[in-house]
Write a protein that binds this ligand. Structure first.
Ligand code: KIV
Length: 272
C-alpha cells in the first residue's frame, strides 16, 4: 500500500528510506508560500522543498545567489504553517555556509529553529564535508545536492548538463558515496546524464531524487511554478508542464478588469 493511501500523518526520513527500499518513487516539488504549500500538501506530495529557486521564482533575480538566510527562513515559515503531511526541506542559501562549518551549523540551526523545517539541503560534495558532518552532528537531517548546483553558476558559466566527462562523473559518484557515508538522508542530482544518475542511485542506499536526471532515480523534483505553467520562458527538455496557469490567470484577471470597467462587478447580490 502506498504511503499516501496508508494515511500516515507525517512523512519522515525513515518513510522516505522505506519508499526507496520498496521501490516506490518519491514525489517532490518546491513551495515558497502558505497558499501553494497547502494545495500541494493536500494533493499528497512526499517532500516539499523550500528551494533557493525562490530567488528566481518569487523575487525575479537571475540566479539563486542573492536570496538571504532571513528570506529563506521567511519562506520556510510560511510553508511550514500550511503543511500537515509532507517532509519539508529548506535550502541553505549561498553565502551562509561556505565560510566554515561553524557558519554552516549556525545557518542550519537558524533554519530549523526559526522556521520549524524538518531538514536542510546543501549544495556540494567533498568540499563541504566538514559542514555536512557538523550539521548532522546537531541532529539535523541533511539532503545533498550534486551535478548542476545553481549556486556555482558563475563557476560553471552555463546551465547545461553536468558530468558528461569521465572525470566529473567519477567525482560525482565519489561525492555521492561520501555524502551517504557522512549520514545524509537523501541526495538531489540535477541535470546530469540519465545513465550516470542510474549508476549513483544503484550505488547508494539512500534515496536519490532527480531533476533532469532521467527516470532511474528514486524520485523526481521540479519547480512548482514550472509544473503549473506559471513561468513561461523556462523550457528545458526535462520539464513537463501539467497546467497552463499563466493563460488561466491572465484570462481571469482580464475578465475581472472588464467587469469592473463595464460596471457589472459588483452586482446587487455581491453588495451589502
Ligand atoms: O532550489 C531549488 O528549486 C532546487 C531544485 C531545483 C532541486 O534546488
Amino acid at each position: 500500500m502506498s504511503v499516501h493511501k496508508a494515511n500516515i500523518k507525517r512523512i519522515t526520513t525513515h518513510i522516505l528510506q522505506d519508499m526507496k527500499d520498496r521501490g516506490e518513487k518519491i514525489s517532490m516539488l518546491t513551495a515558497y508560500d502558505y497558499s501553494m504549500a497547502k494545495i500541494i500538501d493536500v494533493a499528497g506530495i512526499d517532500i516539499l522543498l523550500v528551494g533557493d529557486s525562490a530567488s528566481n521564482v518569487m523575487a525575479g533575480h537571475e540566479t539563486t545567489l542573492p536570496i538571504t538566510l532571513d528570506q529563506m527562513i521567511y519562506h520556510a515559515s510560511s510553508v511550514i504553517r500550511a503543511v500537515k503531511r509532507a517532509f519539508v526541506v529548506v535550502d541553505i542559501p549561498f553565502g551562509s555556509y561556505q565560510g566554515n562549518s561553524s557558519e554552516a551549523l549556525r545557518s542550519a540551526i537558524r533554519i530549523m529553529k526559526e522556521s520549524g523545517a524538518h531538514a536542510v539541503k546543501i549544495e556540494g560534495g567533498s568540499e563541504i564535508k566538514e559542514s555536512v558532518l557538523r550539521i548532522l552532528s546537531a541532529g539535523v537531517p541533511v539532503m545533498g545536492h550534486l551535478g548542476l548546483t545553481p549556486q556555482s553558476i558563475y563557476k560553471f558559466g552555463t546551465y547545461t548538463v553536468r558530468a558528461k566527462e569521465e572525470a566529473e562523473a567519477q567525482k560525482l559518484i565519489e561525492d555521492a558515496l561520501l555524502l551517504e557515508e557522512c549520514g545524509c538522508f537523501s541526495i538531489v542530482l540535477e541535470k546530469i546524464p540519465a545513465a550516470l544518475a542510474k549508476k549513483v542511485s544503484e550505488a547508494v542506499k539512500i534515496p536519490v531524487i532527480g531533476i533532469g536526471a532521467g527516470k532511474h532515480t528514486d524520485g523526481q523534483v521540479l519547480v512548482l511554478h514550472d509544473v503549473l505553467g506559471i513561468t513561461k520562458d523556462f523550457n528545458p527538455r526535462f520539464l513537463r508542464r501539467y497546467a497552463d496557469l499563466y493563460s488561466i490567470m491572465t484570462e481571469a484577471v482580464q475578465n475581472y478588469i472588464s467587469d469592473v470597467k463595464e460596471k457589472s462587478f459588483p452586482n446587487d447580490k455581491e453588495s451589502y
